[in-house]
Design a protein around this ligand. Sequence first.
Ligand SMILES: [Zn+2]
Length: 218
Amino acid sequence: MTIHHHLNDATLMAYAAGSVSESLSFVIATHLSVCSTCRARVAEMESLGGAELESQSEMTMSSTALDNVMALLDDDFFVEESKISKPVANSNIPSPLRDYLPHDYEALEWKTMAPGVKYFTLDGVNAGKGTLRLLKIAPGVTIPEHTHEGTELTLVLKGSFSDEVGRFKAGDIADLDDDIHHQPIADTDEDCICLIVTEAPLKFKAMMPKLFQYFVGM
Ligand SMILES: [Zn+2]
């Protein structure tokens, strides 16, 4: 699998420090399970983080506090590492996602979101106020243009889509900042199946002028 789109360093750093939400962490771990490049970055950050903590500890941290922090880091790392290193026979579903799917993609109970767009909500991972779901987008269908209030990660599992940033194929992840507007279009050869996590509801761009009018009293 050749991966062209990776997680941002800021996202990987937050993940390595254990400061991302459960649902974000889940999608990040799923990308890591197929991406040796990002796995290596995380390992590098883990070891830099450890060295940094050790040097700080001599001046500012008690050894107990340091041990606690290190224990947390180790736990996170090894839990994810054990999840991601499991080879899965006869399945294209990356671990750890596979642990949460009752069936193969095609056999899931997809619900309709919009013409040409179906979704399957993942139960069992706490998504807080955001969402964690699979989307299945029919060939050539466009997802409405939207901006993001929080973080959104889109990991392609099957098929591909294109947006202003480029073409995203299986294994690629779109790691978007708050203020990027984007309009993904599923490529035309097959359904595009993605794992998408959002930290807060998306605000669709078409709503913005109305809201703006409301706030300025126009
Ligand atoms: Zn990557």
